[in-house]
Write a protein that binds this ligand. Sequence first.
Ligand SMILES: *[C@@H]1O[C@H](CO)[C@@H](O)[C@H](O)[C@H]1NC(C)=O
Length: 245
Amino acid sequence: MSRLVIFSLCFTFIDLVRCQNVLNFQTCKQSDPNRDECLKFAIQDAFKILENGVPKFNLPPLQPLKLEQWTITAGKGVNFIQKLSNIEMINHAKSTIRKVESEISDNELSLKIESTNPVILFKFDYVFENAEIYGESVSGKGRVVMEHDNYTETLSLTGKVIDKDGNRYLSLTQVDVHYIFDDTIFKFETGDAEMDKKLNRIFNQNKEEILENLYEKYLEIDNYLYTNVASAIFSLIPYDQLFPK
Ligand SMILES: *[C@@H]1O[C@H](CO)[C@@H](O)[C@H](O)[C@H]1NC(C)=O
């Protein structure tokens, strides 16, 4: 394992003061016989570096992963449009990397990263209009916190190397996310205690079916966020520096 230190350019005195923090990623050699084990530690370490983000390098924070807005289309079981905003996914930065499987060549890379976390929180503001589920109206707006317990996630990244400004960078061609968890608890905050009770009852009593119907749609949000973070890293650091031969 070795360290890759990236300095940002400092032109003025004020920049010099700010430039004290540099990126310091662990890297793993393509030819390392224990490459997957090395990557396990390197990725865990990168989570720490990225926890609060590094604005100077345009790297977004992992804690929390944030998204301004998203619309979930009507579908089976949950047949009304869900407008989400101020979306936050909390605790991913604290996940434990359990296993990494990698295929790395001169021009292509695929990584499969398995991680676990005792508790992941998914929070968002919502607007439900003309919304009915299990014969009850759930129209209105508020904030919801979903707590996933004992969360296991597999993230697969595939990419190929492209030339940009005389350097070689990884460009992602596919990102897949899958997760399982033992339990989920919905907690609604609408400002109306009666409504909170009603929504909590409906969603928690039917959570298995609701989550099954929304699983793919939630995955799209995870997918979007992970793609953002991974692309930010891969378009910042040349491939041959991240994965030296
Ligand atoms: C968490 O989930 C994993 C995978 O589903 C399972 O093997 C493990 O026993 C669970 N852990 C706890 C503490 O329930």
